[in-house]
Design a protein around this ligand. Sequence first.
Ligand code: MBD
Ligand code: FE
Length: 247
Amino acid sequence: MTTERVATVVGDLVNRINDAIAKHEVTYDEYRAAVNYLIRVGEAGEWPLFTDVFFEHTVEQLNQGEGGTIMGPYYVPDAPWLERPYVLPMREDEKGDPLILSGTVRSTSGDPIPGAVLDMWQADADTNYSNIQQEPPPFNLRGKMTTDENGEFEVRTIVPPYYHLPRGGPMEELLKAAGWHDFRPGHLHFIVSADGYTPLTTQLYFEGDRYLDSDVASAVKPELILTLREHDSPEEMDARGMTKPFF
Ligand code: MBD
Ligand code: FE
């Protein structure tokens, strides 16, 4: 970043914070509590959580636009490559309703993209992410897969129920102090990439989720909401290892 860019953006940020301090007549006690709070966010390792919840959506909208949404703090590179038929790595007794997700990866002009890579991750039914929270085994519910010759893919996992941010740290403390909830709708995360295309970071949500309209991370877009349908015979697969159509 150039000196000019830093001075412009940081200068504006500093001015706006000073304006808020003045407007709300912040006391010395409040100022000291805020400084102490910011130190604790760092000590708890919650800066990625804090910044992604409050600010990433604006950066994302400027840089990706339609069809994309924020990455959030819990992406881990080097998830395992999966083999067809795709099933995200999970425990034998993984909690949650089984989910079969199928779809087609398309370019912005609508053409299916064969050999596109989906790097997928999600929380478990207790809202824990592997490699972040202690409970799930490493790389649980994380994996990479590719689209077939038609640009299509199908993967089995569990339906992620509505989600709350990690509790017990400064983030929860702040949300409670403000009287705000700490929920996100249940979601599946993806980074979709293909040779010659700009990658897309996005998430998918589910119709009917109680937090679609009040995501604490402001990251829901209408085009990302899926409708679940019940499958009569999920065990029936076609020659490609894809579930036989049921509609
Ligand atoms: C998450 O799982 C998440 O997706 C975001 C955006 C913020 C916090 C936790
Ligand atoms: Fe998430």
